[in-house]
Design a protein around this ligand. Structure first.
Ligand code: SF4
Length: 72
């Protein structure tokens, strides 16, 4: 994903059991390798982590402008 991952879209490298298919590989994005998980992000497990992730994606999603109406 050279232009980044859109909010709400699953990473194509995330396996079915929520593991990174690129872990340990030089192709893994550096931002992923530098991320340090912590309790405020992960909570007590995957369910809590996904709730936090969805909240962060909504909070940082680009705002949509209302449609422009052309003068008649
Ligand atoms: S660590 Fe990065 S590359 Fe791996 S699954 Fe997560 S977002 Fe994708």
């Amino acid at each position: 994903m050279p232009d980044g991952k859109p909010a709400g879209e699953r990473c194509p490298h995330l396996t079915g059991d929520h593991r990174c298919a690129l872990f340990g590989s030089p192709e893994r994005p550096s931002v992923c390798g530098s991320l340090r998980p912590e309790p405020s992000m992960c909570g007590d497990g995957a369910r809590a982590a996904f709730v936090t992730l969805r909240r962060l994606e909504r909070a940082t999603a680009p705002r949509r402008s209302p449609p422009r109406i052309s003068p008649a």
